[in-house]
Write a protein that binds this ligand. Structure first.
Ligand SMILES: *Cc1c(COP(=O)(O)O)cnc(C)c1O
Length: 354
């Protein structure tokens, strides 16, 4: 792939690495590529990061034909920069796009584009512990016409931002509210895709949870509101009586890269991982019976998020005395150890950019 480069006259000032937050500071450059029916993907370019112009009739603004991805570049102690399983993000985006009738962005091009932009922005990859460069590839329809159909033109872009630890106070248990009314996804819908529309519909649940003092929503299945599915931006796992439970990937749950990695590691350690439907009533009962040992969310942004409390209607369960579980901590240390290059990567999940 030929990538055209357009230089920025004045580079941005880099933010203080102690105060990065999440998603606040965009880097100097972005990757852009266009797709049209006649030309396919063309004009790959790395250009100054900044506003883009859209026609008010751009179909994405009306019908939300948009998909995205999220991955990170990590600075190792030896100064090298590495990516974690970027091909998984590439494949997931192809699956998301297929569901939304958007053109596929080929896997090799995706990884090449991510690598090229990270190389260009190497100085932006922070080095303080637990910091990284968050990479946000996304695609949307650009056609200006008010008809609901497959669009004739699309844009693929990548922007990046240096980020600190997702939770500024460090790895701490969070309180989760089980949503018993609103739903995120139904079979046959778009739950397995990473598309903006899924999030638009989920914000109300998040607002409700925050009003009650909860950090995140745990969604139940969309048909019976009976089975546990996932958290706002994370998959979720439960350790019950020594075994691990997490929702199966059957069309409504997002197939997380972190989820997949955790399952690999857990099975490697000899744990039985059940990718199976778990009824909320059984989960709460396990909590009251003292069998619910640990609960944690998994996702690229936070890596692992220990859960200290679950509330379902009027029923409240405290998990592990509101402390980080031993397995949760060990998983966090192992996965972040691989991602930041501190531990041997025996699974072959990382690739050095430069
Ligand atoms: C991105 C995302 C996840 C986590 O996926 P990772 O690949 O592990 O970052 C989980 N659930 C939803 C709804 C997501 O959008």
């Amino acid at each position: 792939m030929d990538i055209r480069f357009e230089k920025r006259e004045v580079l941005k000032e880099k933010p203080d690495q102690n105060n990065l937050g999440f998603g606040k500071y965009m880097t100097d450059y972005m990757f852009v590529m266009d797709w049209t029916k006649d030309e396919g993907w063309h004009d790959a370019r790395i250009v100054p990061q900044g506003p883009i112009e859209l026609d008010p009739a751009c179909v994405t603004l009306h019908y939300a034909q948009e998909t995205f991805e999220g991955l990170k570049a990590y600075r190792r102690d030896d100064g090298k920069i590495q990516l974690f399983r970027p091909e998984m993000n590439a494949r997931r985006m192809i699956n998301s796009n297929a569901r939304l009738c958007m053109p596929a962005f080929p896997e090799e091009m995706f990884v090449e584009a991510v690598r090229a932009l990270v190389k260009q922005e190497a100085d932006w990859v922070p080095s303080k512990p637990n910091t990284s460069l968050y990479i946000r590839p996304f695609m949307f329809a650009t056609e200006a016409a008010l008809g609901v159909h497959m669009a004739s033109s699309y844009k693929f872009m990548i922007i990046c931002c240096p980020v600190g630890a997702y939770y500024e106070a460090g790895l701490n248990p969070v309180k989760i509210l089980v949503e018993d009314e609103l739903v995120r996804a139904v079979k046959g819908g778009t739950g397995f895709t990473k598309c903006g529309g899924n999030y638009a519909g989920s914000i109300l649940g998040q607002v409700k949870a925050e009003k009650l003092g909860y950090a995140q929503v745990l969604w139940l299945d969309g048909e019976q509101r009976k089975y546990v599915e996932e958290v706002g931006t994370m998959n979720i796992m439960f350790k019950i009586d020594g075994e691990i439970y997490t929702a199966p990937i059957e069309g409504t749950v997002l197939p997380g890269v972190t989820r997949d990695s955790m399952i690999h590691i857990l099975r490697d350690w000899g744990y039985k991982v059940n990718e199976t439907k778990l009824a909320i009533d059984d989960l709460m009962k396990a909590g009251h019976d003292g069998k619910l040992e640990e609960v944690f969310g998994t996702g690229t942004a936070a890596v692992i998020s220990p859960v200290g409390e679950l509330r379902y209607k009027d029923d409240v369960v405290t998990v592990n005395n509101f402390e980080i579980g031993e397995l949760t901590q060990k998983l966090y240390d192992t996965l972040t150890g691989i991602q930041w290059g501190k531990l041997e990567d025996k699974y072959g999940w990382t690739q050095v950019v430069e």
